[in-house]
Design a protein around this ligand. Structure first.
Ligand code: MG
Length: 383
């Protein structure tokens, strides 16, 4: 089939989903909790799971005590792949919309050959434009299924050595100095911390951290500094505070201002919000020194893998990050972590009700599970 015929077929596939009455944006589904439609041996189930945060989580973007995340289960031939996608408010996503989006491609996904996951990934991305959490949950579930079916962990599928997995930072959200000090003490076993800044409390936050520990810090401004002179002043001050690099100092669209900042500071700058997809990476050369890749903003494991490879080819440093998520999504990212220079894969450590266990952390080092696929196990119940 040539590309034109394929795209025509693809349009029809998206319409099949739409005919089943599942709008991508709009009112919640009717009978939302009804059992999933099933082909002879293939099933797709979706669910919204509420993750309770250990601490209220505050960045320049938002503040919350819980996060709703999309879970997807893809079952075929008696094997179930698990997937998760965290809706990102910055991209106008929410859990209900993400679930509707995943449901809208049910016919496409259950009718497809999961071994042709590369093509299926492209078809899903085409049908679910702008719905990254749904894309991510489906992609992770399919890749978990593929790994389980092959009987190998995903890191092995990608040809990676799990011993190369880096240490992960533990993130400290924006808070009062007293609570910041408490969080830093709780994170004692992590050799490097990531500190959220970007408000007018930045100096007080760093001072609170430094009153408790001398360990290296990585700082994330989450686009918080709107003025290039302010960004230069703060970054050069952070360089005196044992900071290794600064993530996304200015708003993503202010690339020329960020280039101006980059020429005047001595700390590496890492792009996060400015780098969502593989196609974003080349334009960042000369403005940033590296990119923070996240499955949830990219649309899954395959797109994240491509982003990392492009960044490496362009001489950029690479980092894997995550949203507040359970072990499903964080473990999926961790399977790619032997490829990257830095990891910030602590989303599962920030929540109190993780339904699974997968990747674990010992003295900051990521320990990948060796079971097939993601290698997930149900979390042990604490009575
Ligand atoms: Mg960030």
């Amino acid at each position: 089939m040539n590309r034109r015929d394929w795209m025509k077929t693809l349009g029809a596939a998206c319409l099949v989903g739409a005919r089943h009455g599942v709008p991508l944006h709009g009112a919640p589904l009717q009978g939302e909790d009804a059992p999933s439609a099933t082909t002879s041996s293939t099933a797709l189930e979706t669910e919204i799971v509420r993750l309770q945060l250990r601490h209220t989580w505050t960045t320049t973007m938002s503040s919350s005590a819980y996060r709703d995340t999309l879970y997807v289960r893809f079952t075929r031939d008696g094997i179930t792949g698990h997937g998760e996608g965290a809706p990102i408010v910055r991209y106008q996503e929410n859990a209900a919309g993400a679930r509707q989006a995943a449901e809208s491609v049910r016919d496409l996904v259950t009718a497809a050959d999961p071994w042709e996951f590369e093509k299926l990934h492209a078809e899903i991305a085409h049908c679910l434009s702008g719905q990254y959490a749904a894309q991510t949950a489906l992609d992770i579930a399919l890749m978990d299924w593929v790994g389980q079916k092959l009987g190998i962990p995903l890191y092995r599928y990608f040809g990676l050595d799990p011993n190369d997995a880096p240490i992960t930072t533990f993130s400290i959200g924006i808070d009062t100095p007293a609570i910041t000090r408490q969080k830093v003490r709780e994170a004692e076993s992590f050799p490097v911390l990531k500190i959220k800044v970007g408000l007018d409390t930045d100096e007080a936050t760093i001072a609170a951290v430094r009153s408790v520990t001398r360990k290296p810090l990585r700082v994330d401004a989450n686009e918080g500094w709107k003025n290039k002179e302010e960004a230069v002043r703060k970054i050069n001050w952070l360089a005196t505070q044992g900071v290794e690099f600064v993530e996304q100092p200015m708003p993503a669209q202010m690339l020329e201002e960020t280039r101006w900042v980059h020429e005047r500071v001595h700390l590496p700058l890492i792009a996060d919000e400015a780098c969502q997809h593989a196609g974003d990476v080349p334009k960042l050369v000369g403005i940033f020194d590296g990119v923070n890749v996240k499955l949830d903003k990219a649309g899954g494991i395959l797109e994240a893998f491509e982003m990392i490879q492009i960044a490496r080819a362009l001489g950029l440093r690479t980092m894997l990050g995550c949203m507040v998520s359970s072990s499903v999504s964080v473990t999926a990212a961790a399977h790619l972590s032997p490829l990257v220079d830095y990891a910030d894969l602590d989303g599962n450590l920030l929540i109190a009700n993780d339904p699974f266990s997968g990747v674990s952390v010992k003295n900051g080092k990521l320990l990948l599970p060796h079971g097939p696929g993601l290698g997930l196990r149900p979390a042990e119940k604490i009575s």
